[in-house]
Design a protein around this ligand. Structure first.
Ligand SMILES: [Zn+2]
Ligand SMILES: [Zn+2]
Length: 379
């Protein structure tokens, strides 16, 4: 099992988690890079030999084949309408587990959630099967700190296919493992909800991602059990691809109004399919902003709509957002609102250390003071 270290954040990892290996046994022997050097990652090409994990390739081929079949069944009206509606709602539920939960809450600390909301988001995140919260957050923080370098798990410098799904079919670059071990995870590990999920992750995933979504349409909606299972897999694969587009398409195609020197872009299509996570140029500059965007409405940012509702009922507090002043300053300094950039050129990020979110010690002190923090009064 310990050879399968290819599975990281924004990815399914029920079967081959490498978390236990890294946590319990420390660094792998072949890791030799200087892990204290922030520039140790090269920008373009991989120095490490690409090692394909064929077992994962096979799993993804099977999953995608089933999902194509499920789409065919959908288009030929073989599912009950109520099953389709349920599946869409389930897609949103699991999606919020990733966007509002693993991403905006645990990875970036862009707001604070009370216990009921954290439990809800933990269950939703389990229903998405993209690694447990701890592992997801660790890899996502590394992605923000070392964006599009070899230490980035889904380094978009290596092309669309690699950043979308290829990275899940190959062993991790040594820089990813090195940097992953050094990233601050103390806040996440201090959360008992995260600890609970780590302990019971496999049964949670089996129940939340497979059994319940198959059982409900079959038992309550009168759907055929086989159909129900096929649509369950189809929904899972579609949600995976929606998430992966943030790593691939939103690092390649789109505008760069906030910082033209980085690869992440503003991509409306990704914003729609990933519930508001496509405003990625903005997000990489202000990762602690709970909206993960400056502009756009709820239709283009479902997750913000959900979080504003949670704030209204008092479950989400201390929602951080960037003031117009900070944003405009940044646009003037590094933005490029006129030129569409295809993302092929590899600019160096020279705006100091990238940060993973609220609480990162590299965060600019003036920026910390200028952040707008909101807590709504209970309705
Ligand atoms: Zn990104
Ligand atoms: Zn992020």
């Amino acid at each position: 099992m310990q050879e399968d270290n290819s599975q990281v954040g924004m990815a399914p990892n029920l079967l081959f988690s490498n978390m236990s290996y890294e946590m319990l046994q420390g660094p792998k022997k072949n890791v030799e890079k200087d892990i204290t050097d922030p520039q140790c990652t090269n920008k373009n090409k991989s120095e490490a030999k690409l090692q394909i994990v064929w077992k994962n390739v096979l799993i993804f081929i099977i999953l995608h084949s089933i999902s194509v079949y499920s789409i065919f069944m959908l288009l030929t009206f073989q599912f009950k309408f109520s099953t389709v509606i349920f599946t869409y709602l389930n897609l949103m539920f699991a999606g919020f587990g990733i966007t509002a939960g693993a991403h905006r809450l645990w990875a970036h600390r862009s707001y604070t959630a009370n216990l009921p909301l954290r439990i809800f988001l933990m269950i939703a995140q389990s229903a998405a099967l993209q690694n447990d919260i701890h592992e997801w957050v660790r890899d996502h923080r590394v992605h923000h700190k070392f964006t599009d370098t070899n230490a980035d798990p889904h380094n978009a410098s290596r092309g669309f296919f690699f950043s979308h799904i290829g990275w899940l079919m190959t062993k991790k670059h040594p820089d990813v493992l090195n940097k992953g071990k050094n990233i601050d995870m103390s806040d996440v590990l201090a959360d008992p909800v995260v600890k609970f999920q780590m302990r019971f992750y496999v049964p949670l995933v089996i129940v939340c991602n497979f059994i319940v979504p198959t059982f409900i349409p079959w038992y309550f909606l009168g759907e055929d059990g086989y159909n129900s299972f096929i649509l369950c897999i189809g929904r899972y694969v579609i949600s995976l691809n929606g998430t992966w587009l943030v790593n691939s398409a939103a690092h390649i195609w789109g505008m760069k109004p906030y910082d033209k020197n980085i690869k992440p872009t503003e991509n409306k299509f990704v914003a729609i399919v990933a519930f508001g996570e496509g405003w990625h140029n903005y997000h990489h500059i202000f990762p602690w902003d709970y909206k993960a965007a400056e502009l756009g409405n709820y239709r283009l940012n479902f997750t913000t709509c959900f979080l504003d509702f949670m704030a209204r009922i008092g479950w989400a507090t201390d929602l951080k957002t960037a003031s117009e002043e900070i944003i405009n300053k940044r646009i003037q300094r590094t933005g490029d609102s006129h030129k569409r950039v295809n993302g092929i050129e590899d600019h160096h990020h020279d705006e100091g250390e990238a940060i993973w979110g609220w609480g990162d010690k590299d965060m600019n002190k003036d920026e910390v003071l200028a952040v707008t923090r909101m807590t709504r009064q209970k309705a």
